[in-house]
Design a binder for this molecule. Structure first.
Ligand code: SF4
Length: 354
């Protein structure tokens, strides 16, 4: 799968022109600062642009430089990131900042292969940073780009397979190699923008597409069935119960262990797996008078949780792992998503209705 040199030249020029006229005005498109670009790229992994914008601005106002990020206490990092999910990302960001300072004398590495040695940097992130910040010709193939390429060449194979990915990466690399000096970042972003706004997963707007004349799947009428992906496994259903126990405007909470695989270091309301059927178990936690308040659904990568929310009264001394956290302090500590959703439900119910 290879585009001819002439096709590469024409196609890239047309798309870059289209991008200059149609791109969305996003805050990270006003900078070539590699650190700022890195923050945006990491945040955009698995997260929508509209969600990322306020987080990006808040994050950089708290940590405007590599040094400020490297020296930030983990709790404040997690608090600023709280709500964006996939918390491993921010830990990798900090680890990368520390490595750039210690190993690269605070100079952001420019080369693709050097970037790949940083914590959390895969092929995509290294290509995105090296092309956008430094103009190096590396194809950054994210989900949007993969979809556009698959449709352009009408690839029939399963894009989850390595051999098919390799073919598509090869096509992507031949395209980026044909753009002018320092245009590699613009080209990569133009492809991403086309995938995000025109060549969308459902109902692509082919009539508005600047690449229509080169698109094999639109000629074959197969654009809506490309790319071919293996169906994801059904999400596993789980039930969990969260207990809200308050005393003098304080919440009974615990901090997740540092070794926990999920959200280590985050604070949470007491939670038990499954449905709570009786309150006997709660006595040793220092709670009594259990009452069901509400429920909600919470989805993570491979699971959907049915979360039951209970209210309980305080009874004697709680377990040593629990702490009374004043209500006013909740906005200053990182909270798990289930805890944040539970507190939002609690806030929406009047004290008489609880
Ligand atoms: S013509 Fe349609 S399917 Fe082909 S790249 Fe453009 S939007 Fe995607």
């Amino acid at each position: 799968m290879k585009f001819s040199a002439t096709t590469c030249k024409q196609l890239t020029k047309v798309l870059i022109d289209w991008y200059h006229h149609h791109k969305r005005d996003l805050p990270w498109r006003h900078t070539r600062n590699p650190y700022h670009i890195l923050v945006s790229e990491v945040m955009l992994q698995q997260t929508r642009v509209t969600t990322v914008i306020p987080y990006y601005e808040k994050f950089l106002s708290h940590f405007p430089t590599l040094e400020s990020l490297a020296s930030a206490p983990e709790q404040s990092l997690l608090r600023i990131w709280s709500g964006l999910g996939y918390y491993r990302r921010v830990r990798y960001l900090q680890a990368a900042a520390r490595q750039i300072i210690s190993k690269w004398n605070s100079q952001f590495p420019k080369e693709y292969h050097d970037l790949q040695t940083l914590p959390g940097f895969g092929e995509y992130t290294a290509a995105a940073v090296s092309s956008i910040a430094f103009g190096h010709k590396h194809a950054a193939v994210d989900g949007n780009v993969l979809r556009v390429l698959t449709r352009l060449v009408n690839e029939k194979g399963n894009v989850k397979k390595t051999a098919i990915r390799r073919k598509l990466n090869f096509a992507a690399q031949s395209l980026v190699s044909s753009v002018g000096p320092r245009s590699a970042g613009t080209w990569n972003q133009a492809l991403m923008e086309l995938g995000a706004t025109v060549c969308t997963p459902q109902n692509p707007s082919c009539n508005l597409c600047p690449l229509k004349q080169w698109c094999s799947s639109v000629k074959a009428g197969t654009q809506c069935i490309r790319p071919v992906k293996v169906r994801p496994h059904k999400k596993e259903k789980m039930v969990t119960s969260v207990i809200v126990c308050t005393k003098n405007e304080q919440f009974l909470m615990r901090q997740r262990p540092e070794k926990s695989k999920i959200m280590p270091g985050f604070w949470e309301l007491p939670e038990v797996e499954g449905q709570l059927l009786c309150e006997t178990d709660l006595h040793e936690w220092g709670m009594k008078q259990l009452r069901r308040l509400s429920s909600f659904s919470h989805g993570i990568t491979s699971r959907i949780y049915d979360v039951n929310v209970y209210i309980a009264a305080s009874k004697g001394k709680p377990l040593r792992s629990f702490h009374w956290v004043p209500q006013g302090k909740l906005s200053t500590i990182p909270l798990t998503t289930i805890t944040r959703k539970t507190l939002a439900i609690l806030e929406s119910i009047s004290p008489e209705g609880r």
